[in-house]
Design a binder for this molecule. Structure first.
Ligand SMILES: C[S@@+](CC[C@H](N)C(=O)[O-])C[C@H]1O[C@@H](n2cnc3c(N)ncnc32)[C@H](O)[C@@H]1O
Length: 369
């Protein structure tokens, strides 16, 4: 095999978001030059946090590597372009958030081992939906992605700020306005016009759906999709009581949207995609359902750098919209590789830190050509 160029190794390391406590295994890539400042001992935890390998000739070799990865662990592979790696193998081996780059005639591919978080996230949001205020999970002062400070003891703290104007709050049913669990305001940037169809991924109590429906007017429509039945019930009840008819709330998952291909003008989402186990699949689904010329306007939590493994596997941290958050650059790479163009990122209203790493909300705007 050709020797692996330095730029390829550098990209492989850069896109693996290593942290000093990670257990790293190098299966012949030769990344030592780039990680010599790191302690690569396994520490107390089970499993390997990152494996670097050369793309193998057999799926079985990928499966073997994945079997020794810790949850949230990453497999990073390199391969000469002419060898055409079968990217489907990363999916078949159960890896999520899969990405590829072409560097100097080589492919660099990464994917992470799934952290099974959906069930506990759903339980947490069911409890919130059934509570009055949205805080029913042991957090303090609002918390749980609602205005106020959340202390996550071992993880850190975040100040959640929704960023809605008084005029916006006055536009929607009070019960929905008071039940905001977001980390920003995706409507502000969405420029929704009368007659448009808007989809809100992870619609919760319906606040952003009601704001979108107001802007889309009687000739437009807003659809909310949420995986938590109690959330849907709450939003449907609010719509019924307020007599709002140009909204629909559907049960479904961000990774498998119950929405037709090319049927939506604008997708919004507020502090939800971080909760999905496979963000790459969510952006691929978003791309599928948006009409050509349509736009994506999502608000979400991201990290300002690599995320320590201890954060990425915390159950409580997932429900709090922190542990599932990705490094900002990885999030943007996933949006781009789903097919979106003109991807722009601006800082939004929530911010804090976890294990010393800045974590904050961003508004990500993009288009489908
Ligand atoms: C932090 S709350 C935000 C709710 C709403 N967007 C807001 O701003 O108030 C997250 C919501 O996303 C839903 N959710 C989480 N993961 C999801 C997934 N994979 N698919 C669909 N809904 C999801 C939860 O049920 C919950 O209602």
């Amino acid at each position: 095999m050709n020797s692996i160029p330095e730029d390829v190794k550098r990209t492989a390391v850069e896109k693996s978001y290593l942290t000093p406590e990670m257990a790293i295994s190098d299966e012949g890539v030769g990344i030592d030059l780039f990680i010599n400042a790191m302690d690569t001992t396994a520490g107390e935890r089970q499993g390997v946090d990152c494996i670097f390998g050369v793309y193998p000739a057999e799926l079985k070799a990928i499966q073997d590597w994945v079997s020794v990865l810790a949850p949230a662990g990453r497999l990073t592979l390199v391969c000469p372009v002419e060898d055409h790696p079968k990217t489907i193998w990363l999916e078949m081996a159960g890896l999520v958030n899969r990405l590829t780059w072409e560097v100097d005639g080589w492919w660099v591919l990464t994917g992470c081992k799934r952290v099974p978080a959906r069930e506990s996230v759903q339980q947490a949001y069911s409890a919130k939906a059934l509570s009055q205020s949205g805080c029913d999970c042991g957090c303090t002062d609002g918390g749980c992605c609602s205005p106020g400070e959340v202390s996550l003891e071992s993880l850190g703290s975040v100040e959640w700020v929704g960023g809605y104007s008084d005029a916006e709050v006055a536009e929607v049913p009070a019960e929905a306005a008071e039940f905001s669990l977001g980390c920003g305001n995706p409507i502000g940037m969405a420029g929704i016009k009368p007659g448009e169809t808007v989809l809100d991924i992870g619609s919760g109590g319906g606040l952003d759906v009601f704001l979108a429906a107001k802007r889309a007017g009687p000739s437009g429509h807003a659809i909310g999709v949420d995986m938590t039945p109690a959330m849907l019930q709450r939003a449907r009840n609010s719509a019924k009581r307020a007599g709002i008819t140009n909204v629909t709330f559907r049960h479904g998952f961000a990774e498998h949207l119950p929405v037709e291909d090319s049927s939506v003008d604008v997708i919004i989402s507020n502090c939800v995609i971080n909760l999905a186990e496979d963000k790459g699949k969510v952006f691929a689904e978003a791309y599928r359902v948006i009409k050509p010329g349509g736009r994506l306007e999502v608000n979400d939590m991201v990290f300002g750098g690599p995320v320590p493994q201890g954060i990425r596997t915390s159950k409580a941290g997932w429900s709090e919209c922190i542990s599932g958050a990705l490094p900002e650059q990885e999030y943007v790479d996933l949006v781009r590789q789903a097919g979106f163009s003109d991807v722009r990122v601006t800082r939004s209203t929530s911010h804090g830190e976890a294990s010393g790493v800045p974590v904050y909300s961003v508004q990500v705007s993009a288009k489908k050509d």
